[in-house]
Every structure is written in structure tokens, then in C-alpha cells.
Write a protein that binds this ligand. Sequence first.
Ligand SMILES: *Cc1c(COP(=O)(O)O)cnc(C)c1O
Length: 377
Amino acid sequence: MRKIQMVDLQAQFEEIQPEISEAFEQILTATAFINGPDVHLFKKELSDYLGGVHVVPCANGTDALQIAMMALGLKPGDKVLAPSFTYVATAEVAALLGLELVFCDVDSKTFNICPNSAAGILERENIKAIVPVHLFGQSANMDAIMALATQYNCLVVEDMAQAIGSFYQGEEVMGFAGCIGHAAGTSFFPSKNLGCYGDGGAMLSPDSEVAARMQMIANHGQSALYYHDVVGVNSRLDTLQAAVLRIKLRRLKEYTKARQQAAATYDAMLGDIDGLHVPVRDAKSTHVFHQYTLTLSRSGRTELMQYLESQGIPVKIYYPVPLHLQKAYNHQGYTVGAFPISEHLCEHVLSLPMHTHLQSNQLEFIADHVRRWFATH
Ligand SMILES: *Cc1c(COP(=O)(O)O)cnc(C)c1O
């Protein structure tokens, strides 16, 4: 059996190596490192893949969120609402822009932003933007978020770094993750569902004016060469990365299917264990399984982790500390108990290996050991 990894990029690379080598060879020969043809082609192809949304490539997912917030005109002091159970990037860029971060809780089943928790805060505070994160590969409840945004006159900036290709079929709104709000940021970090071989990211918006502002901000706020209309940043997707992304985008449907099949196999082998919940599927969203995340309904996570690791099975906790209790982001003085579901999840979730090349003997080996641990503890 092949060594089990959290994310096995090697197996995937072996299949596409000839195409990658050929693309790199061309770029190297043309010395088209910045802004080469692949960047423009990728922009167009990703837009087509996502149903026509405007795409502006950039250097990474964190920049994408920052530039999206800048392009929407958020100003220092504006309040931004984000879920507490997520990756730090969302909070970080808001803080760097001088925005005031306000957190809310998540839904215990989907791990995504909880509309009730958000509504309570929107009622009390003057929130300018909501940042739903489509966590682990599933779209947030966009029917509820867009309704709240209309009711409270907020912008919506989607963080879809973990959910490229996830489709939301709501009663009020529908579309791919990242294509429903006013703007979105995504990441092409190597381990993401669509990952390059270094850093990369993109902003999305259904609005061409917002997209034009994002493009300008990403390029030093420049409207014409050496004419700078607004304060911008330097954030580019380089041509080599764009070439990798074009090759992988052609296989994204197949990669997503492989992740979904691995998840279904895990479900079948782990679904009936007492003390364990497999990931819940939201009826309105497809799940692209960036992560396959278990929730323990009993104690013993550390022991379970140690046992699995001792058997050669890597596992990870996404995420061990909610943002409202992180030193850097607790200026509001949140205390334990502020967002009980986020806090509970941080103590009870465990993510199993998930990638496009999990073999059935690996899945069986992993599931067998999880079952064995629960049977004996
Ligand atoms: C990966 C990730 C990001 C940031 O992406 P980078 O490309 O690493 O900057 C932002 N938000 C979420 C939810 C992510 O998973």
C-alpha cells in the first residue's frame, strides 16, 4: 500500500507530468513569466467553468479577500461579520484594512456561518459586510445570508478558498460558491481543490465594475501605465502557476468526483459508529470535500489521533482554536462561551486524509483503524 498522506500531490502530478513539463518548457523558452498568455486564458476558462462570473487572478487567497474588500469600498472602522470557526485569513485581512471584526457562531452540522447567530448580531451592530466562508467544501446557507444582507443593507464577500465547484441550489438564490455575493476570494494553494505549484489566488465578482476595481487595485491602483488612481497592492498570479491551473482545471470535475467517492466510502465504513458523526450534507449544496471532517460526540480525540498516527495515518484538526479566542483577534474581549458551537467543534473535530488519489485499500485501512479504536475505547 502506498504511504498515506493528508494530501497526496505526488500521485496527481505523476499523471499530468508530461503536460506540465511541456507547458513549463514553452513559458521558459518565451520567458513570459509575468502576465503571459496562460494567465489570460486561465481567467477566461475559470470564468466559463463558474458560469460567467468575472475572474481576476492574484497572488494568493489572502490577497484575494483583501483586494475584494478594498474594491467594495470598505473603510477603516467599518464592521465586518465573519464566522468564528474558520481559517484566520478572513480575519487577518479585515484587521489589516482597519476594519472592525465582529464574529458569529456556526451551524453544528454544516460548520458554516449560522444565520440565526448572524441575525442577532446584525440586529445590534451596524455591520457593513458579511463574510460567509464555504468551509470544507460546502456552500454556506446563501439563501439566508443574502436575505440578511438585503435586510440590513450589507455587502457579502464570500471566502470560497475551500469550495471551488460547489454548487448552491437555494430557493431564493443559486450558483457556484463564490458567485452569489458581491465579491469573493479564492486560493490556489497547492493543497486546495484546484491548487497550483506555489501560491495563487483569484477574486470573483458578478459585477463588471467591481471586477475592474479589483483588477486595478491588484495592479498598484493603476488605470493606465504609471497613472495611479487609487492606493493599490502588487498581487499577481504568475504564468507558470496559471499554466498548472489550466491543466488541472480541465480535470477539476474528475478530481471532485474522486473526492466525493472517497467521502462516500468513508461514510459507508464509519457512518454507524457510536460516538462519531460523519460530515452532514446540506440539501441545498453539493459538497466538494476539501476536507472530510468527523465530529466526535464523546471525549478521546487526542488518544484517537495518537493511535491513528502511530498506525501511519496522518490526521489534522481544522481548527483547534476559534478566531474569537485567538490572541490576535480578541480585541473585543470575547470569553469562553461566546460562541459555543465554534468552541465545541474546535474540541471535537478531526479531519481524515482527503485528496484525489486515495486508493480503496488506503480508505479501508484508515476506516478499519478508526473502527478499531472506537470498538476498544
Ligand atoms: C487557504 C485559505 C485562505 C487563504 O489562502 P492563501 O492562498 O493561503 O492565502 C483563505 N480562507 C480559507 C478558508 C482558506 O482555506
